[in-house]
Design a protein around this ligand. Sequence first.
Ligand code: FES
Length: 199
Amino acid sequence: MASLSARDERARESFDSAERIGRFSRRNMLRWLIGLSTGAFAVAFGIPAFALKTLQVVVQEIKSGDEFVYATAASGNASGDPVKAGDLEVGASVQAFPRGKTDNQRNLVQIVRVGPGQGKEGLVAYSAICTHLGCVVYAALNTNGQIACPCHASRFDPAKGANVVGGPAPRPLPSLPIDVKADGTITAAGPLDGPIGVA
Ligand code: FES
């Protein structure tokens, strides 16, 4: 085979060099594109996932041991003050939240002193959310000693498990077991015995 001229040799070296540079550039471009796609994927899925996590709201429910505090100022007590057993005479009723869980309106409970021999030291507690369409019941009992709903006039008997005694509510208010501590504060002794509001 005839030997290459010096000019042909230079041309071939130049061609080889250009090809090496081209291969190198293509590799770099490919790496760059992969990096770019990975970054775009992370942005597309990472940011919404982070935002979703940030927006997640922890719903705080009533748990055994929760101490009850006044939902609103009543009988000389400010909102947030602990409800004491001695605050309630027979036939009296207050609305209360578990301390630290007032953001969840569905935690509102009605504590009623029904009389000796019933409940815990004469006290019973129920969800204050009506089982008809979820309105908050009146804080005070009606003249018949019943828990009443302002929306469609459902009425519940606190001395008989908050059974429905009038109106469209389909079931009793869920009942909450309670405890009375030595200092008179009232705490939850378990969860509500049924779903809150509209089931
Ligand atoms: Fe209470 Fe309708 S929501 S009676």
